[in-house]
Design a protein around this ligand. Sequence first.
Ligand code: ARG
Length: 256
Amino acid sequence: MKKSFFAAITLIFALGLLMAGCGGEKKAEQKVLRVGTEPTFAPFEFQKEGSKDYTGFDMDLARAIGKQLGMKVEIVSMGFDGLIPALNAGNIDAVAAGMTVTPERANSVKFSEPYYKSGLSVMVRKDENAITGIESLKGKKIAVQIGTTGAMEAHKIADAKVVEFNTNTEAALELKNGGVDAVVNDLPVVAYFLQQGGGKDFAKMVGKVVTAEEYAIAVKKGNDKLAGDINKALAELKKNGEYDKIYKTWFGEQVK
Ligand code: ARG
C-alpha cells in the first residue's frame, strides 16, 4: 500500500518535471531573428492601410528563411539610413529592406547571395513632358529616399537639386504637391505604386531602367555563420518552390 503510494507520487513528480522540461525547452529553442527594415517600400515591405503588420515580398522571404532556421522572425522598423548602423551596433541581426548590393556597403556589412534583380526608374507628374528619363534631369528638383541608391544616382546629376526624405511616401507626396519635378526610386516600387493607383493617378514612370541592381540580405560583417545559414535557407526555398510561391504572390507571373 505504502510502496505503491510512493510510486504514484514519484510518477506524478516525474511527469510534472518532464512536462515542465518540455515547455521550457521549447521556449529556449525558438531563437529570435531580429530583421530590420524600412517599411515604405511596397511591394517589398509595407504596412497595409489600417494594419500594423509588416507585409510584402521581403517580409514573406524573411519569415520563410526564419522558418528554415527554426527561428522566430521579429521585424524591427527604422529609417533606411539607420539599418546598417543598427546592424553594426548589434541591435538587429539582419536587414531585409530591398537593399542593393553596392561596393561601399559591402565594405561595412556582409551580404547574402542576391535574391532579386532590380534597377532605378524615374517618376514624374502625368502632365510632365520635358522629362523623359534620367538624362533629362539635369538642373531639376529631384526627391529621393535618404541613404538609397536612388539618392546616390540623383547626386551624380549635374546641377540637380536633390531633396532627401526619410520615407518614400513623403518623396511621392512632394512630387504630387509640385515641390519637385521627379522622384528617383527603384523600378519595381514605382511600378507597384502606379499599378495600385497610388496618389490617385497623378504620376507616371518615364525612361528605362537606370541601373542594374541586386537585392540581398545584409548581416553584420564577420557574422559568416548567419550569412551561411541564410544562403542555405535561400537555396532550399528556391529548390522547394517556396521562393517562387512568394514571388508570384507579389509579382505575378512576370520574369525574374
Ligand atoms: N534598393 C535601394 C537601395 O538599396 C532602395 C532600398 C530602399 N528600401 C526600403 N525599404 N526603403 O538603396
